[in-house]
Write a protein of this length. Structure first.
Length: 331
């Protein structure tokens, strides 16, 4: 009996060793069920409320922003903005390091004919419930003339605001705003890099090391280096009715893609290799750090967790068989 108990104890130890830290599970997608949201055009993962995504309609809706629960697709709050003019063509939403939500009234379906556009900013609510909040309005112009744009991104470390224009007059481009937005005058955005994509939305990773830009049917991801994007190539995009929005999940490991239309779907696409933000790649809790348990062996070859677990299970079975044989021999 003692041999059997020893074997069982050894089995328990081996089974514990077989449990290898796994990467964080990819979140599920969801369907926006609110009948008021028919033209979801921007998407931003909440910093203050895990599992919540902020969105808004495109045009002809009013000064409203919606908080949607990513587990159920149910709207848990509608925020009404006051202190601003009448929104014209709201296209994008982003959250800055100050905890404020930035809304980009930057679309121009007339092909870039408006001489200025607007950005609205308000603090992310601490409690999720319908409310009216006072927002700050910023006037925006482009140094090289009017643009049609649908992507606004706030860098999560510097707080600087960027806008990506759609392709026109030779191609799209990324525009950089002033170091700090001001209400005392016009904020001039200047071109800093070409973007060869019909951009419908964009987002920075939570650590600020990656920038993703999506179009109706494709997307590209960039390394953010010295305040400029370095192209890392294309990234997967789900099939959607009209691809409009994108955001990173709070851990930076997954992109959530949104679409326009009634009961539109928000779908996840996981990232890997150099697409992953630096913080996600170096997080031992996600099993990606080279020095973490279950990571790379001394030869530098990745060890498959399923292979490790299979080997451990085999060792457990062997220990049990040996212990049982010894017990039977003694009888």
């Amino acid at each position: 009996m003692r041999s059997l108990l020893c074997a069982a104890g050894a089995a328990g130890i081996l089974w514990s060793a077989a449990v290898v830290p796994a990467a964080a599970a990819e979140p599920d997608g969801f369907t926006i069920g609110d009948p008021r949201i028919t033209e979801s055009s921007g998407l931003a993962a909440s910093r203050a409320h895990p599992g919540i995504y902020w969105t808004h309609n495109d045009s002809d809706d009013g000064p409203y922003v919606y908080a949607v629960d990513g587990a159920s697709g149910r709207t848990v709050a509608r925020i009404t903005l006051r202190g601003i003019g009448t929104p014209r063509d709201v296209e994008a939403i982003s959250i800055g390091p100050d905890g404020d939500i930035y809304v980009g009234d930057i679309g121009d379906n007339l092909g870039g004919s408006w001489n200025h556009v607007w950005i609205y900013r308000f603090p992310e609510p601490k409690k999720l419930r319908d409310a009216t909040v006072t927002a700050t309005q910023f006037d925006v112009k482009y140094a090289d003339g009017p643009r049609d744009a649908e992507a606004l991104m706030v860098h999560p470390k510097t707080g600087r605001v960027y806008i990506a224009s759609k392709k026109q007059d030779g191609g799209g481009a990324l525009y950089e705003g002033p170091q700090r937005l001001t209400t005392s005058g016009t904020n001039v955005f200047r071109k800093v890099a070409p973007i060869d994509l019909w951009v419908t939305d964009g987002a920075f990773s939570p650590d600020g090391t990656r920038l993703v830009m999506r179009s109706y049917f494709g997307a590209r991801i960039y390394r953010w280096q010295d305040g400029r994007p370095k192209d890392l190539g294309s990234v997967g995009v789900p099939v959607q009715q009209q691809g409009e929005s994108v955001t990173f999940t709070p851990d930076g490991r997954t992109l959530m893609y949104g679409s326009e239309g009634s009961e539109s779907d928000v779908k996840p696409v996981g990232l890997s290799d150099n697409q992953l933000p630096d913080a996600a790649k170096n997080d031992p809790a996600n099993g990606d750090d080279a020095n973490s348990q279950g990571g790379k062996g001394s030869s530098g070859t990745d060890l498959d967790p399923s292979f490790i677990k299979g080997a451990m299970v085999f060792a457990v079975a062997t220990a049990l068989v040996v212990g049982l044989r010894r017990l039977l021999r003694r009888r």
